[in-house]
Design a protein. Structure first.
Length: 248
């Protein structure tokens, strides 16, 4: 049964959602039928049995909460998550890869992290239920489909969840500029959870203490740290590179 209604905006994100989950799509709302890309969306929506409406751009901005909708807005209904935390624990395998975001506040950062997670085959992304951004229209737009393809699981307590992941055999790698080891000092074999801190503050103390290993990115310039979404992409791809080299 539907839980809530939300909006996806941006041509790429709307196209991907229509193709992946047409049954969850309620209506495609467009502001310009003359745009060839919008016309393709309209045809896709109609072929999927989704209602098409023509409205003013101001209404799209109001409903989506952003003026960067590119003339299209998709109303969807959100059902239960693809996976809950217990299902995540039950599905842990030898090559499982999880991403844990400890308090990311910016929807653009969360969206970019989800896009990288999708690209790297992450099984699930864990976020705190409180004091962190939720998956909204801006997140979906930036994620470019990643918010629909990767399970996002809200947990009450990150530290406790990490403890349960450990008990399930997952190795926990947290990132911290205070770490003694480099990101490149490990081989990342077995099931792995990569833990990234929020903007500015980084990992919270209890989260840091719950990690098996702390790693840092080498910084050769004047800046002290990277944007969390940039760092997440680098770390995920290093995990993939390390695992690939082990299978050669």
């Amino acid at each position: 049964m539907p839980m809530s209604s939300t909006y996806v905006y941006g041509i790429h994100a709307v196209t991907r959602r229509l193709r992946q989950s047409p049954r969850q799509c309620v209506a495609l709302i467009c502001a310009d039928r003359r745009n060839p890309r919008i016309m393709e969306l309209i045809e896709l929506a109609r072929n999927s049995g989704v209602e098409v409406r023509l409205e003013k751009r101001e209404l799209l901005t109001q409903l989506g909460g952003s003026s960067k909708h590119q003339g299209c807005l998709l109303q969807t209904v959100e059902t239960a998550p693809l996976m809950d935390f217990q299902q995540c624990l039950d599905s842990i395998g030898p090559d499982s890869l999880l991403l844990v975001l400890d308090g990311v506040q910016d929807p653009h950062n969360l969206g970019a992290c989800l896009r990288s997670a999708d690209a790297c085959g992450v099984d699930a992304v864990l976020i705190p239920r409180d004091r962190a951004v939720k998956v909204n229209a801006t997140v979906r737009k930036v994620a470019a489909g990643g918010a629909e393809s990767v399970a996002v699981i809200e947990v009450t307590n990150i530290a406790r969840s990490l403890k349960e992941l450990k008990q399930a055999g997952v190795w926990i790698y947290g990132t911290s500029e205070r770490a003694g080891a480099s990101l490149y000092d490990h081989d990342y074999s077995g099931p792995v959870a990569l833990v990234m801190g929020g903007e500015g503050s980084g990992l919270r103390r209890l989260t840091m203490e719950s990690c098996d290993h702390l790693v840092k990115l080498p910084m050769r310039g004047q800046v002290e740290s990277l944007n969390v979404s940039v760092a997440t992409g680098i770390c995920l791809y290093e995990i993939l590179r390390s695992r690939s080299s082990q299978t050669v």
